[in-house]
Design a protein around this ligand. Sequence first.
Ligand SMILES: C[S@@+](CC[C@H](N)C(=O)[O-])C[C@H]1O[C@@H](n2cnc3c(N)ncnc32)[C@H](O)[C@@H]1O
Length: 487
Amino acid sequence: MTDSSVPAGGHRSGKGPRRRPDRPHRSGPPRGRSGPNRPPQGDVAREAALDTLRAVREDDAYANLTLPKLLRERRVTGRDAALATDLTYGACRAQGLLDAVLSACVDRPLDRLDGVVLDALRLGAQQLLRTRIPAHAAVGATVELVRSRAGSKPTGFVNAVLRRVAERDEAGWIDELAPDASTDPVGHLAFRHAHPRWIAEVFAGSLPESELDAALAADDARPAVHLAARPGEISAEELAAVTGGDEAPYSPYGVLLTEGGDPGDLEPVREGLAVVQDEGSQLVALAAARAPLDGRDELWLDLCAGPGGKAVMLGALAAVSGATVDAIDRAPHRAALVEKATAGLPVRVHTGDAREIALPEAAYDRVLVDAPCTGLGALRRRPEARWRRRPEDVADLTALQRDLLTHALERVRPGGVVTYATCSPHPEETVEVVRAVAAATGAEVLDTAGSLPELTGSDVGTGPGVQLWPHRHGTDAMYCATLRRSG
Ligand SMILES: C[S@@+](CC[C@H](N)C(=O)[O-])C[C@H]1O[C@@H](n2cnc3c(N)ncnc32)[C@H](O)[C@@H]1O
């Protein structure tokens, strides 16, 4: 199809800067050129979105890895790339809500639909309910997409379903379909903010009731992009000046980017003076490096290091203080990423299971265990994750988390400190792991907030440890707690 009549506006209403919804969607040189540098043609944004949704549904692919690769391969850039990103990530995040609406408009279970048709309906519903794209354009473009991918046969069906979806806006469908707010407030908010109920229940169990709405809303929004200035190389103030960002509120190395665009293209990032890293992750690495310690402080261990975000911060701080870091990851490709990220820093990378690898026992002064977890605190970054995770994943992970923390306490010397972290606020993965391992090993739980005075005045929970939240701190919902091995 030609898309010169299709508007490009793809922003969710009420969030972020608005693009003009009615501007013709067109990029690149005039049509008709041919040859190896021919620009992409057709509705390249929606085609890329549809292909990504298929990969997520059929192959369990990650949208945030699949889509950028597809856009690169097809040389889709600028407004088309931005529209593809908005639609794909939006449709992945909101899948449960979109499916509830589609189910109300379709006369059979959604899993009986052809896969391409279902993906297209989700894409169409996303445009109708959660962007400012006019209804006629959203329906027309989706029908043409289906025609180009699945032939004419299903187009009448897709057209009819999307016209039913378009009879109400998002708020209207929420009124119609969400559980009643007075009798089932958690279910209502879960539906409204497009979260599975069990995740909303986990959040509800960790927060005052009055904060659940804000927590789920923040979790459904696009995350801010932070840079971390490399300690010893550039200050946050200088980095903010060079990038046009703002110094972040908590991390002394953090910069909050205020402009869009690919942060990887920024000069300080290309030159290795800064990395893209959520401010919460910066604070975890800082807590690990600052935990109070008597005596020697020269041998550090990062037990679950891949892909290396915190290892870079630890390595740079170690370089400043004269320490050395051993960094382990079980996955060879992730260990390779740590190796690349920490080049030039005093970091030795090892591949293997942290519970078995041949490294010294009772030898390290500081250890960071950034444990594998459900990732419920970083759902903003992994569009499809909230619908893929299952409550039954939690038990396997907590067993591994306890095991890793116990091994960390065996690697650290008596009197040494271990910082345990997750990008999840689930109490079973956070405070309960820390309490259980402290009780079993006799380790002392330290005052983690005391190592992060920058957080003073903000609510970091009742512990043990520090719990960050997107709606409170603008960070991922990271958790960390520090323990000292008894002598
Ligand atoms: C949450 S990620 C760590 C993120 C990392 N610290 C960073 O800041 O980039 C958890 C990591 O633990 C690794 N892992 C899982 N089980 C492990 C084990 N038994 N031993 C070592 N690494 C493990 C995973 O491969 C994964 O890379």
